[in-house]
Ligand binder design. Structure first.
Ligand code: DGY
Length: 429
């Protein structure tokens, strides 16, 4: 397929997937495996809906914010309706919110999504009204990150659980997760009976994911207690870069809907975080890396998240060029960009979730960064690879960067959404 357009069949298929996964105002990532509303999945779902139903796109975000906590935290899952195909469900999380939610968060893409939908709206009045109502909620969420997850005002935020990054079993967490005890409570996973278990995290990881959930639940999800007690504390390059790109998009929203004081507050935060990214730069690797805040060491593993600082626009032009050189070199090592782990890494597994497969949403975010730096060849390569995968292999959760085969869940919302979003952009040019 050419990259000039995604073709009617693929567009129809993508729309059908979004409609099928629509639960009447919010979208599940896929049936069975993920039967609730996930935070950043829904941000991308909205981008997809925006291509053919703008009111429905705004509604996606509005329903997600029904899960927002009083302190501004936006949880990683909102359990709108009971469903027993997923573990751990609301009974395990034990939060007191209504509707029930988890007690941890996910990558903050909603300022970016809202700005994008506002600027690409075919009905500007509707978009302006809906974005204006969302703006204070998004601001509250960013303020939560800046205060509760950056308690000493360093400019970098901390995550306490791999699930908060969305990149659950990336090898970057291996060492930090080894310090976490396994849960002592017996439990029954559902994911491995729904899809190929070799595409999912190991029991070793789940035992520790659950220990952390139990620990935070026993703390009542109090941010101070979580900060004091969590054995897992990482300044993730992915979250920090997505937050920083989101801060810039939040500032653009504040230009329309905010006060002078809010614009000054956001501008100050952006400057602080731009400087703080120095702590994540590895001169030896010429890449940004994650920082383990327990050992105070950079985690020396190159993943697709190392390119997300392009999305955050924190790299100066010289560093952006170095990142682009690295990405081109990755592109020579595998057929499809961007693998979640460098294919030469001994831990690389082409089908196991975040230990090798590529993900459309990461491609979308990196490509936005490439666009900002005008690195056109790579932006085109990422869009072309993504659309060709969608057309030739279907709309899956993730893909092998070696041969393109799809893995994880199928009929996947955010893959359909990215294909729609890029297909429409290509068709328009
Ligand atoms: C899962 O259950 O696999 C999710 O990634 C957690 O959010």
């Amino acid at each position: 397929m050419s990259t000039d357009g995604i073709g009617r069949a693929l567009r129809d298929r993508a729309i059908e997937i979004l409609r099928t996964n629509d639960q009447g105002g919010y979208t599940i990532p896929t049936k069975g495996l993920y039967p609730f509303q996930w935070n950043w999945d829904s941000g991308f779902a909205a981008l997809g809906f925006a291509e053919f139903d703008e009111p429905r796109a705004w509604q996606e975000l509005e329903l997600l914010f029904r899960g927002q906590w009083d302190d501004g935290m936006l949880p990683h899952i909102v359990f709108h309706q009971p469903q027993d195909s997923y573990f751990p469900g609301p009974d395990v999380w034990g939060t007191s919110h209504e509707p029930p939610t988890t007690g941890i968060t996910q990558p903050p893409v909603l300022a970016t999504v809202s700005r994008y939908m506002l600027e690409h709206a075919t009905d500007p009045d509707l978009a302006s009204e809906r974005a204006a109502a969302l703006y204070p909620k998004i601001l509250a969420w960013h303020r939560w990150w800046w205060s509760k997850r950056d308690r000493d005002g360093s400019g970098l935020v901390v995550i306490y659980h791999p699930w908060e990054t969305g990149r659950d079993n990336s090898p970057v967490w291996d060492e930090a997760l080894a310090r976490v005890e396994p849960t002592k409570k017996p439990y029954q996973r559902r994911d491995t009976s729904l899809i190929d278990a070799s595409h999912r995290p190991h029991a070793y990881e789940y035992d520790r994911y659950l220990f952390l959930v139990e620990l935070f639940r026993d703390c009542g999800y109090d941010p101070d207690a979580m900060a004091a007690k969590s054995p897992f504390k990482v300044a993730d390059v992915g979250i920090n870069a997505i937050l920083q790109g989101g801060n810039r998009d939040l500032l653009a929203l504040a230009e329309r809907f905010g006060t002078e004081a809010e614009r000054a507050e956001i501008t100050t935060r952006i400057a602080l975080s731009d400087g703080a990214f120095e702590r994540l730069w590895s001169p030896e690797r010429s890449l940004y890396l994650c920082l383990d805040l327990v050992s105070d060491q950079l985690i020396d593993i190159a993943t697709s998240a190392s390119f997300l600082p392009l999305f955050g626009r924190v790299a100066d032009p010289a560093r952006a060029a170095l990142l682009a050189d690295q990405l081109r070199a990755w592109g020579e090592r595998c057929r499809w960009l961007v693998p979640s782990l460098h294919p030469d890494d001994t831990r690389f597994e082409p089908f196991r979730y975040w230990r090798g497969p590529l993900w459309f949403v990461i491609n979308w975010l990196i490509a936005r960064g490439l666009n900002a730096y005008k690195i056109d060849d790579l932006e085109k390569r990422l869009q072309g690879d993504t659309l060709n995968l969608a057309a030739n292999f279907g709309l899956h959760e993730h893909y092998s960067p070696v041969d393109g085969e799809g893995g994880g869940g199928d009929t996947f919302t955010w893959s359909a959404a990215v294909a729609l979003s890029w297909g429409a952009a290509h068709a328009a040019t």
